[in-house]
Design a protein around this ligand. Sequence first.
Ligand code: CP
Length: 292
Amino acid sequence: MKGLLTLENIGVNKVQEIIDLALEFKKGKKSVRYPNLKMATLFFEDSTRTNYSFQSAMLNLGITPISFNAKMSSVNKGESLYDTVKTFENIGFDGVVIRHPQNRYFDELTGITKMPVFNGGDGSGSHPTQTLLDLVTIYEEFGRFKGLKICIIGDIAHSRVAHGNAEIMKRLGMEVFISGPDFFVDDTAEVISIDRAVAEMDIIMLLRVQFERHKDAMGMNTNEYHQRYGLTKFRVERLKENAIIMHPAPFNRGVEISSDAVEHKRSRINEQMTNGVYARMAVISMTLEGKL
Ligand code: CP
């Protein structure tokens, strides 16, 4: 299937090509247009950034974006994802972006459509364009990956961002660590304390506590979580020199990250959102050019 479903089988040279193209788009050094194409965003889970930055990327490329409203669609009459995607192909769409709560929902679509499919996040599986925009942001800041130390902090176990990020970051030569309470960490990487992370890491990446996926499972209130595992106002002033703060957002201010950290001069959270548009332009464009 054309498009981008995961980064598992994408080599590091291709990843670098996507990053370079995204930064060319950002600097205005490259402009391509695909007039007369239309693509749809099919979101079966809530989203602000991914849905609308994909649409912004399409508009920048001259592609007409259409939002699919799952709550007002024939999904409510029992129509399957397979039949929904086939419908979009049959009525003339040139690609779809899908976010779905089921891990690897795209396996059931293999071979059924000629349209490119872009994964906007599958369950706790992966979120490849989020990973790419994170890499664009890191590369823009440091100009390299090799040797950089990153700690991904928080709800690793339920995160579609953490696992995909750790996998490709290791392949790119970064040293990856994780941090959080026992019930949020797994064997993705070595577990370290947040205080060690703050002192030693080049990149601190906080993850949202996904209350909607594990109500009350934390066994502590949000203030206690913030003090024990969060990037507090106190900790943010102890960051290693030139370290940056990242978060895929949306964030819970005062839970995994303090407002002071969100607004801090070392925060790159706004840049991540901006870079999402350029990373998605690069992915769509390379797909349409047969390079992905
Ligand atoms: N980072 C991210 O995926 O945000 P949305 O859920 O708003 O798309």
